[in-house]
Design a protein around this ligand. Structure first.
Ligand SMILES: NC(=O)c1ccc[n+]([C@@H]2O[C@H](COP(=O)([O-])OP(=O)(O)OC[C@H]3O[C@@H](n4cnc5c(N)ncnc54)[C@H](OP(=O)(O)O)[C@@H]3O)[C@@H](O)[C@H]2O)c1
Length: 129
């Protein structure tokens, strides 16, 4: 696949598998948009790599995800690829006090709801390409 000039949004591109994917995409000359929570890590990544743009967003918060989708649709009408990579694992145990509803919701929202919302709200832009 020729990725030269292709605009790709990747969530969780500041560490682990996502960061490795960012390295590879940049090597292939793709234009990379990176999303994660931590603004400092995003700025460090920007200093390190010629990424197209970065957005700080907490993907566990559905309202933030919808706002992000609106911003990206506006700023990047040529977006071609969405990579839902960001994820967390809290090792929730239903028989433990520490497994709060907030913890369960944050895992489900980050790993499941955010990819659904991003797909839903970025699809109009993606299908135009
Ligand atoms: N590593 C493995 O062996 C493995 C195996 C199977 C599946 N996976 C899955 O692959 C994905 C990536 O794993 P990884 O090991 O690369 O994880 P990682 O090193 O912990 O990286 C996770 C990335 O997601 C971002 N992120 C986490 N929560 C977020 C949120 N609420 N909003 C926005 N960004 C968020 C993190 O950035 P911030 O913290 O700055 O937000 C970071 O960039 C996950 O879905 C994981 O479950 C990993």
């Amino acid at each position: 696949m020729n990725l030269r000039g292709v605009k790709v949004l990747i969530t969780g591109g500041t560490s682990g598998i996502g960061l490795k994917l960012v390295d590879e995409l940049i090597r292939e000359k793709a234009k990379v948009i990176v999303v994660s929570r931590n603004e400092e890590k995003l700025q460090l990544l920007k200093q390190d790599q010629p990424v197209d743009s970065v957005y700080a967003c907490d993907l566990s918060n559905p309202q933030e995800v919808i706002r992000l989708s609106e911003k990206v649709s506006q700023h990047h009408p040529n977006l071609q690829v969405l990579t839902n990579n960001a994820g967390i694992q809290h090792n929730i145990r239903f028989d433990e006090e520490t497994s709060t509803s907030e913890l369960i919701l944050s895992e489900v929202n980050t790993n499941f709801l955010a990819p659904l919302l991003l797909t839903r709200w970025l699809l109009p832009v993606l299908t135009k390409q």
